[in-house]
Ligand binder design. Structure first.
Ligand SMILES: [Zn+2]
Length: 128
């Protein structure tokens, strides 16, 4: 199963985050829920939580609703902190392959460093 937000194959967790924007006499509320990977959980949580904390509580109803959203967002977020975080993907390589790649790079560097007498420019003639 892949993340419902980014589509990557990774360890997933079901989360629900709510956001409120208080506009004094009215409010705009939205939510995000689904099986998300750890990076998407972090991103969604912090985006929605910062909106809650800054513009969430402006209004009478919002002053009651927003603290509840902030708390429930934390309830969903805290267990996600203990999830495995690594994305198994083409970018992750076993250690042996990394070492071999490093050795190959070093070898290329060594051959580049060897002085080749044919490469040297001929000495410039002095003008009289
Ligand atoms: Zn994701």
């Amino acid at each position: 199963m892949s993340c419902e937000k980014c589509g990557r194959d990774a360890p997933l967790r079901y989360v629900e985050f709510n956001q409120n924007v208080g506009l004094l006499v009215m409010r705009i509320s939205s939510s995000a829920h689904g099986y998300y990977c750890k990076p998407c959980i972090h991103e969604t949580f912090w985006t929605m939580q910062m909106i809650n904390l800054t513009v969430g509580w402006w209004g009478i109803v919002s002053m009651i609703v927003t603290p509840a959203y902030v708390l429930t967002n934390f309830v969903h977020y805290i267990p996600a902190l203990f999830m495995a975080s690594k994305h198994p993907g083409p970018r992750s390589r076993p250690k042996a392959k990394k070492k071999a790649a490093r050795r190959r790079r070093e070898r290329v560097y060594e051959t580049d460093a060897v002085d080749d007498p044919d490469d040297e420019e001929p000495p410039k003639r002095r003008r009289k």
